[in-house]
Design a protein around this ligand. Structure first.
Ligand code: ZN
Length: 314
C-alpha cells in the first residue's frame, strides 16, 4: 500500500478553517435532533428498552451504559457526559445503580433537559426473608433492582412515557398508545409469573447476586443471596458454609447465576453442595450478542421464569 504524505502546514490550515467557521463544533457534536425527532438518553438497559418501545419511530433513544458493561461499576467518561447534554429527555433510575446520574440530572435540568427519575419512591431496603442473613455490610442498603418486578416496571414505563409525551406533544397520542401496549405486555408477564410461581413446590431460591428481592416479594418467594446487592461483593467462607448447609436443609438443587460464565463462586458452591447452576438474568445490561439476537426485557424475563420454575419445582 502506498503511504500518503503528511503536510503539517496544510493540516493546520484546515484546522484553522474549521475553528474559524465553527464547522469544527458541528463535526464533533452532531445536532441534537435527527429529522426533527427528539432524542432520549437512558442510563441502564430496562430504561432503554422501555423508552425505545414507547418512542417507536418517533424519537431517537440512546443507552449511556454500553452493551456488555457491568452496570453497577459503570462511570461515564467526560466525553460521554458531554454527549448527554444533547438530550431532550434524560431517563435514569436513581439509587445505587446509576449514582453518577443524580448530579448530572441536576445540571441537565438547568439546561432545559426533561429529566425522569424512573425509580423514584419505589426503592425499599434490601429484603431478607431470613433475618439471620442480614450482615453489617449489606443490611441497610436500598435495593435498586425494581425493574425485575413487572408491576413496578409498569410505574417506570408510565413515568418515561409521560416525560416523552410532554416533551413532544405533537406525537403524544402515539406515545400513549405505545405505553398502553407496553403496560398490557407487563400485565401479561405478571400474570404468567403469578400463575407459574405461586403454586410452585418450593419458596426458596439461591442467587449469586441479590438482584431479585422485589421479584421475590411480588411472588411470595425467598431470595437467598450468595453475594450482596452488587455482584462484586464476595461472600465470606463462613457465609458459604452457612449456604451450603441451607441448601441441604431446604433441598435446594440449583444455584442461580447471572450468566452461564459469570460466577466461579457459584460453581464452587454448586460443587460443594451437589447443586446445579442455572441462569437468572438481572437485566442490568445486555451483551452485544444478546442485542443482535433480538433479546429484550420480555424475552429474558420469560427465560428467567422457565429457570425459576425448574429451580422451585425440582
Ligand atoms: Zn445488581
Amino acid at each position: 500500500m502506498k503511504r500518503k504524505k503528511f503536510y503539517p502546514a496544510l493540516a493546520l490550515l484546515v484546522a484553522a478553517f474549521f475553528l474559524i467557521t465553527g464547522c469544527w463544533h458541528r463535526v464533533s457534536r452532531p445536532a441534537p435532533q435527527e429529522n426533527g425527532k427528539i432524542k432520549i438518553y437512558t442510563t441502564m438497559y430496562p430504561l432503554y428498552d422501555f423508552a425505545a418501545k414507547i418512542a417507536g419511530d418517533m424519537a431517537v433513544v440512546e443507552k449511556v451504559v454500553p452493551a456488555g458493561v457491568e452496570a453497577h461499576d459503570f462511570e461515564p467518561s467526560p466525553k460521554l457526559v458531554a454527549g448527554i447534554y444533547e438530550a431532550d429527555v434524560f431517563v435514569y433510575l436513581g439509587g445505587s445503580i446509576d449514582p453518577w446520574a443524580e448530579k448530572l440530572a441536576e445540571q441537565l435540568l438547568k439546561e432545559g433537559v426533561t429529566v425522569v427519575k424512573a425509580g423514584e419512591g419505589l426503592f425499599q431496603e434490601e429484603f431478607h426473608g431470613d433475618e439471620e442473613n442480614v450482615s453489617e455490610e449489606n443490611g441497610h442498603h436500598l435495593d435498586p433492582h425494581v425493574w425485575l418486578d413487572p408491576v413496578l416496571a409498569k410505574t417506570m414505563a408510565e413515568r418515561i412515557a409521560g416525560a416523552i409525551a410532554a416533551k413532544d406533544g405533537e406525537n403524544a397520542a402515539y406515545y400513549r398508545k405505545n405505553l398502553e401496549e407496553l403496560k398490557k405486555r407487563l400485565d401479561d408477564l405478571d400474570e404468567k409469573y403469578r400463575n407459574s410461581l405461586l403454586p410452585a413446590k418450593k419458596r426458596d431460591f439461591v442467587v449469586n447476586h441479590a438482584a431479585f428481592g422485589y421479584l421475590a416479594r411480588r411472588y411470595n418467594l425467598n431470595q437467598i443471596a450468595i453475594s450482596g446487592l452488587s455482584p462484586q461483593q464476595e461472600p465470606s467462607p463462613k457465609k458459604l458454609a452457612e449456604l451450603s448447609k441451607l441448601c441441604k436443609e431446604k433441598d435446594i438443587r440449583y444455584i442461580m447465576v447471572e450468566a452461564a460464565s459469570s460466577s466461579k463462586l457459584a460453581d464452587v458452591l454448586a460443587r460443594e453442595t451437589g447443586t446445579k447452576v442455572l441462569v437468572l438474568h438481572p437485566l442490568e445490561n445486555l451483551t452485544e450478542e444478546d442485542m443482535k439476537a433480538g433479546k429484550d426485557y420480555f424475552s429474558i424475563m420469560l427465560e428467567n421464569l422457565e429457570n425459576l420454575k425448574k429451580a422451585l419445582n425440582e
